[in-house]
Design a protein around this ligand. Sequence first.
Ligand SMILES: [Zn+2]
Length: 180
Amino acid sequence: MIEEIREFNKSFVKDEKYQSYITSKYPDKKLAILTCMDTRLTELLPAALGLKNGDVKLIKNAGGVISNPFGSVVRSLLIAVYELGVETILVIGHTDCGVQHMDSRAMIESMKQRGVSQEAIDMIHYCGIDFEKWLSGFDDVNTSVQETVELLKHHPLIPEDVQIGGFVMDSTTGELLEVE
Ligand SMILES: [Zn+2]
């Protein structure tokens, strides 16, 4: 796979296919979106929202969640707001998310089957990390989006003038449903 990608990349650059993507690091729509890494959203989400290269700071992870209020997602949002001029943050969950109902115990079992030792897992617990909570999914995508929006609205480092909205996207049609 890596070789395949490298080959494609060589001709992409050689044929100057990048020309139509040239833009700056400042998002034209002063917008940041936190969403899920789901493959169905890769092209669907920007297309369904009318976004093109240069419009938005897109932050993605499994579930589009903030697992630590002072972790990498919030850090990225702070940089987006203070350094790159973002004025609006959207949190966008989606239907049929893989993180929904994810069972951390099952994943820990898979780790063991793939050669991770019980000793390593015990060590992580010993270091005070709530492994189960960190790896577990959410039950309801609406609630998850709602909680993330609340966290951002009350985050001490995010200024009051930043507009924050929460939505769930239909993973097939791209329809955006507002989360109350
Ligand atoms: Zn998802």
